[in-house]
Write a protein that binds this ligand. Structure first.
Ligand code: ZN
Length: 82
């Protein structure tokens, strides 16, 4: 189920990290996820009962190693277990 936040609310929400960047619904891996993702640092904030949990302590760094210049799906053939 996708996040159904008020667009105006989403507009005023910002990442609690120093970048204070806008947030986008969902996660990079799952746009339908109940979460908000920072457009700058890539931290993912869970949405609980429709309330975004904008706490650095609760944030999930989506994929630190992939947040650099490497495209997300570039040669992903390591440790997949398949
Ligand atoms: Zn951020």
């Amino acid at each position: 189920m996708a996040v159904t936040l008020d667009p105006q609310l989403l507009d005023i929400l910002a990442c609690p990290a120093p970048d204070h960047a806008p947030l986008t619904p969902g996660t990079p891996e799952d746009p339908e996820a109940d979460a908000l993702t920072c457009t700058s640092c890539g931290r993912v904030y869970e949405v609980r009962d429709g309330i975004p949990v904008l706490l650095l302590d609760e944030a999930v760094i989506a994929d630190e190693s992939a947040s650099s210049d490497v495209p997300p799906d570039a040669e992903k053939s390591t440790s997949d277990g398949a």
